[in-house]
Design a protein around this ligand. Structure first.
Ligand SMILES: *Cc1c(COP(=O)(O)O)cnc(C)c1O
Length: 372
């Protein structure tokens, strides 16, 4: 037993794995980790029961979880998640980026799915406990990081469909990830999905709810069939207002140089409120450009691209940071954004964000949380 952390009156029980990877095994795995397939030595689990609250927080060996076949999450999909990263800074230290925003969003998702909220200090305590013990898994190569995946699911056993579960399991796992796009930033071609919708008013689009992804795979497959990389979601009512791209938020740049203006779709309740999106809304004015939350139809998108008024489009999210959109395709045809290559605003914002996350730019926002 070594260190333990006390949060919300609870102490993390540290149960070190007896099968930790050797430094050499770890180095081999870290050499080309890909995304989401290699995991660190440990995970954190915390249990919840109605009437008792959160209990039994621990660090334990990463490994399978045994579930009764009648476990509620397997039938009625009460499951939410988060995604954030730990970055290696130039001085060798490890830091996360706005983890308190992930904690807050996790609880907004929990409320929507009738699940219990996890006190923010327990969410952050889980992250620091895991990183203290698995910090050697934070890669040192450029643009690589340790992806952190907190999630929570319903563990009641029984098929009763009328009530939310009364017990839950919170788990935090971590996966080293390489540069999301090997070979630099590559613009994507997007497919405007008019057959499927991601989220409807009053639905679950605002929550980081697992089922939103299950419902998106068919549209994503259709995008790939059309020779595209990603699907763009439109509003569920009129099928013409642009919402998001896959699991990322979208930004549109009008004009160029000093007079460039930036627009991102407003949070209507059907969009996922991205933390990268929120960070850009704060950074863009600081860099001297106008930014607004508004709306854009697919017709406006096309005519502004064709007139040249729309100069750049990019998507943003934790996993890939910022991805330029080069071409747009739908059942009505295809067009390019500018000359189809990444634009200057896209690259400027990407560099600014990456510099903050990797600690090569001074953090004036209090966004960087150092571990240990
Ligand atoms: C997670 C997610 C995003 C991006 O959120 P970040 O906090 O920036 O990573 C955008 N859209 C969807 C649907 C998502 O699930």
């Amino acid at each position: 037993m070594d260190s333990s952390t006390t949060t919300s009156g609870l102490t993390f029980d540290i149960r070190l794995s007896s099968q930790r990877k050797t430094p050499q095994e770890r180095a081999e795995l870290l050499d080309s980790p890909g995304f989401g397939t290699v995991f660190t030595d440990h995970m954190v689990t915390i249990r919840y029961a109605e009437g008792k609250g959160w209990y039994d927080p621990r660090l334990e060996a990463y490994g399978p979880i045994t579930l009764d076949p009648a476990t509620a999450a397997l039938h009625y999909a009460q499951e939410i998640f988060e995604g954030l990263k730990a970055y290696r800074h130039p001085d060798g230290s490890v830091a996360t980026f706005r983890p308190d925003a992930n904690a807050a969003r996790f609880n907004r998702s929990a409320r929507r799915m009738a699940m219990p909220e996890l006190p923010e200090d327990l969410f952050l305590g889980a992250i620091s406990t895991l990183l203290e013990h698995d910090s050697e898994w934070v890669p040192t190569q450029e643009n690589s990081s340790l992806y952190l995946r907190p999630f929570m699911f319903a563990t009641d056993v029984g098929l009763g469909v009328n009530n939310p579960s009364r017990s839950y399991l919170f788990v935090l796992i971590a996966s080293p990830s390489g540069a999301y796009f090997s070979g630099g930033v590559r613009p994507v071609t997007v497919w405007l999905s008019e057959d499927y919708t991601r989220a409807a008013p009053g639905g679950t689009g605002e929550a980081k709810f697992a089922g939103n992804y299950a419902a998106s795979f068919l549209a994503q497959a259709q995008a790939v069939e059309q020779g595209c990389d990603q699907v763009v979601w439109l509003d569920a009512v009129e099928h013409r207002w642009v919402e998001e791209m896959g699991g990322m938020n979208l930004f549109f740049v009008f004009g160029s140089g000093d007079s460039a203006r930036v627009l991102t779709p407003a949070l209507t309740g059907t969009l996922l409120p991205g933390i990268t999106r929120d960070s850009l809304l704060k950074l863009i004015p600081e860099l001297g450009f106008q930014v607004e939350e508004g709306r854009l139809s697919i017709d406006q998108w096309r005519s502004a691209a064709e007139s040249g008024e729309l100069t750049e489009v990019f998507a943003c999210g934790t996993a890939a940071v910022i991805t330029p959109v080069g071409h747009v395709k739908s059942s009505h045809g295809e067009y390019a954004i500018g000359d189809g290559s990444p634009g200057p605003m896209t690259m400027l914002l990407r560099d600014e964000l990456v510099a903050l996350q990797y600690g090569t730019r001074a953090d004036t926002h209090g966004w960087v949380h150092r571990i240990g």
